[in-house]
Design a protein around this ligand. Structure first.
Ligand SMILES: Cc1cc2nc3c(=O)[nH]c(=O)nc-3n(C[C@H](O)[C@H](O)[C@H](O)COP(=O)(O)OP(=O)(O)OC[C@H]3O[C@@H](n4cnc5c(N)ncnc54)[C@H](O)[C@@H]3O)c2cc1C
Length: 459
């Protein structure tokens, strides 16, 4: 009893934020000490996979749950812009912005009650080629354009020896003037730099699907959906709690945060992004198994920048929904808000993003303005009236976009990453999706279902 008292005293002293009930619960988590104790489950990360695991486990009504989240918000890579001074639109997404498709898509199912609309984004494309803007319909006699699209299609269906996506582009002699179309497509879909991403991944992980049906919400945003969907578990989220160490050598799992506070759980579910695990931002003791390190070596997660421009005057062909700008900012999706502003949203990925990461938001904008001036003239550059730039790799608890397989990688790496340790530590999150849906919201949700079954089966 004495040691228990001093344990409580030490913790309470160090961390006044813990309630006495929590401290007592934490201190009574040894299975041998009390077989009837409520099982305590910790979840690291309040992105969609962490929230979904908590939601599913809460339905069991038999666990004490806690979600430790490093940042001061929820959603992880789902973050909506909450600023009606920027635009009257309430659906501006700074991270993930689409549900890819409406079948076998748990995210689509979740947002379906909010009337998602198919943006038909890729149906009306325009391209800046040879410094001139052209709609797709006028390019059917451009042999280079036809060729690059053919090669894009064969990339998605490739199933032979693995090389990088860039190597495949070079092997197929994609003409210089349309290379950016290939690069923009592949890097936005895979989330990684062309010279690092496995060509086989394009097929195996269905990258093509990320460019087909894309559903968005019109009158609400993804963060609001999360807040409603997960209202029953939001009180379980401990924000501003950065997990630093996980010790799992004994019966229970001990989790230490940035303040030195130790929480004790029977089971722990880790949902942090791949980049956090790869960089060793969380120290595991004992060290993670070698197989996990080997798997992580074969997976990558690169830099990414979301750029949103508010534009007053249209400088593209009528009805264009997607604009290949030919510049650093890549592909823009175009929408209109109720004040007749155009909202142009792009995602810069890979080496271009790495290069731009060292620049300020203002510098990134002036780079884009310079590109626009070259491609569309000075009026176009001047018609940008506001902008938002989010450097995802600078987010200390995200550090990039989404995971991809490196050349020579395979789904076995995702399986190894997903594998539970000692029936005590479980892994979810998009990078652990070995069913072909990594790098997506629905893929992250699938891992939450998998891990919930694993946890329930482990008692
Ligand atoms: C710019 C961008 C655009 C995208 N576009 C789309 C799209 O259109 N459609 C789509 O389906 N998907 C898209 N994605 C991918 C999608 O957002 C992700 O696959 C999904 O949201 C990942 O969810 P997750 O729960 O696995 O991880 P995350 O959302 O990253 O959640 C992990 C959580 O762990 C927390 N964390 C990290 N370290 C610690 C720590 N030490 N202690 C405690 N907490 C920690 C993080 O703060 C974070 O909240 C996009 C992603 C980005 C970045």
């Amino acid at each position: 009893m004495n040691s228990r008292r001093s344990f409580i005293k030490n913790i309470a002293f160090a961390l006044p934020a813990l309630s006495l009930a929590e401290i007592l619960l934490a201190s009574s988590c040894s299975k041998s000490a009390d077989k009837k104790h409520v099982k305590r489950i910790g979840i690291i990360g309040a992105g969609i996979s962490g929230l979904q695991v908590a939601y599913l486990l809460k339905l069991q009504n038999q666990f004490d749950l806690e979600i430790l989240e490093a940042s001061d918000n929820i959603g992880g890579r789902i973050q909506s812009l909450n600023n009606n001074q920027f635009s009257s639109a309430n659906n501006i997404e700074l991270g993930a912005q689409f549900a890819y498709g409406n079948t076998n898509n748990a995210w689509y199912d979740m947002i379906s009650k909010y009337n998602p609309i198919n943006t038909d984004a890729y149906k009306a494309k325009a391209y800046v080629i040879d410094e001139t803007i052209k709609s797709e319909s006028t390019l059917s006699s451009d042999a280079d354009f036809v060729k690059v699209n053919k090669i894009i299609n064969s990339t998605y269906g490739y199933a032979s020896n693995d090389v990088s996506i860039e190597q495949f582009m070079m092997n197929n002699n994609v003409p210089e003037r349309v290379k950016f179309i290939y690069q923009n497509n592949m890097e936005t879909c895979s989330g990684g730099s062309m010279d690092r991403v496995s060509l086989l991944m394009a097929n195996e992980e269905g990258l093509k699907n990320r460019q087909q049906d894309q559903y968005r919400l019109k009158n609400t945003n993804f963060t609001e959906v999360l807040t409603k969907q997960y209202s029953s578990v939001l009180t379980k989220v401990r924000n501003n709690t950065v997990v630093k160490e996980i010790e799992y050598s004994g019966d229970v799992v001990k989790v230490k945060d940035q303040n030195g506070l130790v929480r004790i759980y029977d089971k722990l579910i880790v949902t942090v992004p791949l980049s956090i695990l790869k960089d060793g931002d969380i120290k595991f003791s004992p060290e993670l198994p070698k197989a996990k390190h080997e798997a992580m070596e074969m997976l990558g997660m690169d830099a990414g920048i979301r750029v949103i421009l508010k534009v007053k005057t249209k400088f593209w062909p009528n009805d264009t929904t997607v604009l290949y700008s030919g510049g650093d900012a890549g592909i823009f999706n175009i929408e209109k808000d109720s004040d007749n502003n155009y909202l142009l949203s792009s995602m810069i990925v890979g080496k271009t993003a790495e290069k731009m990461n060292n620049r300020s938001e203002a510098n990134v904008l002036s780079d884009i303005q310079a590109d626009f001036t070259t491609a569309f003239g000075a009026d176009a550059a001047n018609s940008i009236v506001d902008s938002k730039v989010v450097f995802w790799s600078d987010m200390p608890y995200i550090k990039g976009t989404y995971s991809y397989q490196k050349v020579g990688g395979s789904m076995a790496n995702r399986e190894a990453l997903a594998k539970a340790i000692d029936q005590k530590i479980f892994f979810a999150g998009e990078a652990t999706n070995a069913k072909g849906n990594s790098g997506s919201i629905h893929g992250a949700l699938e891992t939450a279902s998998r891990v919930t079954d694993e946890v329930l089966g482990s008692f």
